[in-house]
Design a protein around this ligand. Structure first.
Ligand code: GAL
Length: 571
């Protein structure tokens, strides 16, 4: 049994009553950045041959600091002043580059792999998106401010790099007729998309963000209109992909929205390719089209699919050119919803690997504003209503699930607690590990769940998630999980070793919180015989569609036919 209850035993009524007091909340756990240099973030970066490289070296420590890069392949450059890797490399290959950061307090080095090949987003994208805080009121100034704040807050030193515009950079002819900033020709006579008056210079904006060594993203829909009824890419997919590339954009979130509307299907906007011969073909078609268009451009553009997890998107998102795909609907700051979303990810780990990520939606932390719909210019922000403990669960679980981490709050209003959640390098490392292994649910009880993921160096990260309202003792029981010997247990949030444990490790986790530990192999440590991947013991290895296509009579396939999955299904 992996999960042990202490305080509020489900069996003992008196104990339950004793625990009626509000569960204590965790404070800031992340230690402050040290003065000595520390190189953070991903250790591996994918780029296609000849495509521009842009990556800012994330380093914490006291400035001034000297930065250097050794072993650059022909074509790659390193701007030591700005700490930005650039240029373009024509030859395919894996190039180790050694970065050095030095100041009066110390010196740090790190070997980084530049992988020139077909894959990009070799670790989950980390950045910010405008929707959860600015939604339909977003302006160019919000984007510039977010880029500025990503640097001034220090987030950039921990690996955050994308600044993404969501819906509402385009015109909106029907829904927001009264908002003059959203009116105007949707496209130029030659079909080129027009941004709205709030975004007068999309290229200038991209240049501004790039000048900071950051990347920039935007949003569209395969339908004629986006979810907010701004102009979508319907019938202009290749033209739009080229426009985004010409402007210099690095990321596209492509949101199904009106593509699937019933009236649309009935012929209001007719298109013979809309319904494929099978539900799978129907679902993949619009994304395949844009995926091909993006891949043909002269710059790498991360393709983020948003169709809310329909038709087992995890099983085909990568095949249509996607690097990440939403696994469900919109995430809000509700604990029951978060618990449900987390649970729904349990079957998805076989689909995640470098360049292919399941996306449970953006981070709901800090000052956000989503919720109300219907007023133009809604900018009222409220603090995220998750408790501190729940925010630890949120960030911990998104980290181990290898989720794209896109901060949803107004970066200009970051409070210390939120910043501490986003700047813990050991937690971020769990998300950015080069193995790209998504956590699986390996033990569960009525009050808690144990999730685990292997890391590239043979260590294992465990998330001990207390789903109950009050404290629960949660154990990592080596025998039942298939691990042997002694392991050094390190608390990732506090960045502290807890000690060496054999047989079992257990700790008390406050209500709704998650304790994140990394186990490093010590004496006789190994996986038990026959266990090649700690996740093989997953308690949830069926592969089912998260949401079936809305076609009468359609039955989602029970399992996904792939070698790895068949083996697991057969267990
Ligand atoms: C939703 C999407 C949100 C946001 C919004 C914009 O469909 O899930 O994340 O992009 O559209 O209208």
């Amino acid at each position: 049994m992996n999960i042990v209850n202490t305080c509020c035993s489900t069996l003992a009524l008196s104990a339950t009553m004793l625990c009626a007091a509000p569960t204590p909340q965790l404070g800031i756990l992340t230690p402050p950045d040290g003065n000595a240099p520390r190189i953070n973030g991903t250790r591996v970066y994918g780029v296609r041959p000849g495509r521009p490289i842009l990556w800012r070296l994330p380093v914490t420590g006291k400035r001034p600091m000297r930065l250097a890069a050794e072993g650059l392949p022909p074509g790659a450059t390193f701007d030591a002043e700005r700490g930005v890797l650039g240029g373009a490399v024509a030859e395919r290959g894996t190039y180790p580059i050694t970065f050095t950061a030095e100041n009066g307090d110390g010196r740090a080095t790190r070997v980084f792999k530049l992988v020139v090949g077909d894959k990009i987003a070799l670790t989950p994208p980390m950045g910010w998106n405008s929707w959860n805080c600015f939604n339909f009121a977003v302006t160019e100034k919000n984007i510039r401010d977010a880029a500025d704040a990503m640097v001034s807050s220090g987030l950039v030193n921990h690996g955050w790099q994308y600044v993404n515009i969501d819906d509402f950079w385009q015109n909106n002819p029907y829904r927001f007729k009264d908002d003059a900033t959203l009116q105007g020709a949707e496209r130029k006579p030659d079909g080129t998309i027009n941004p709205n008056a709030r975004f007068p210079d999309m290229k200038g904006l991209a240049d501004y963000v790039h000048a900071k060594g950051l990347k920039i993203g935007l949003y569209s829909s395969p339908g004629p209109y986006t979810c907010g009824m701004c102009t979508g890419s319907w019938g202009h997919e290749w033209q739009d992909a080229k426009t985004y590339a010409d402007w210099g954009y690095d990321f596209l979130k492509y949101d199904l929205c009106t593509y699937n509307r019933k009236n649309f299907r009935k012929g209001m906007y007719s298109h013979k390719g809309i319904a494929g011969d099978s539900p799978l073909e129907t679902a993949t078609l619009p994304f395949r089209l844009m995926g091909e268009a993006l891949a043909a451009q002269k710059r790498d553009i991360v393709f983020s699919l948003c169709q809310y997890g329909q038709v087992s998107v995890s099983s085909w998102g990568e095949n249509v050119g996607g690097q990440c795909w939403r696994t469900g609907g919109d995430f809000r700051d509700s604990f029951p919803q978060m618990a449900k979303i987390v649970r729904a990810q349990a079957s998805l780990w076989p689909y995640a690997h470098p360049g292919a990520w399941n996306d449970p939606d953006m981070l709901m932390v800090g000052p956000i504003s989503i919720g109300g719909i219907g007023t133009v210019g809604m900018t009222k922000t409220h603090g995220c209503t998750f408790t501190h403990n729940e925010q630890y669960t949120h960030v911990s679980m998104w980290a181990v699930l290898c989720a794209p981490m896109l901060i949803g709050c107004d970066l200009t209003k970051l409070d210390d607690f939120t910043l501490s959640l986003l700047t813990n390098d050991e937690v971020i490392e769990a998300n950015q590990d080069e193995l790209g292994a998504q956590a699986a649910l390996v033990a569960k009880g009525p009050r808690a769940q144990v999730w685990t993921k292997p890391m590239h160096d043979g260590s294992l990260v465990f998330a001990l998630f207390n789903t109950a309202d009050d404290a629960t003792r949660i154990a990592i029981d080596y025998d039942s999980l298939g691990i042997e010997g002694k392991w050094l247990v390190r608390d990732l949030w506090r960045q502290k070793d807890e000690g060496i444990y054999g047989i079992k490790y257990s700790t008390e986790v406050p209500g709704h919180a998650t304790h994140l530990v990394r186990l490093f192999p010590k004496e006789d440590a190994r996986l038990a015989e026959g266990v090649t991947d700690i996740r093989m013991n997953s308690v949830y290895i069926q592969f089912e569609a998260s949401r079936p296509v809305d076609k009468p009579g359609y039955k989602a396939p029970k399992s996904y036919p792939c070698e790895r999955c068949d083996r697991l299904n057969a267990k």
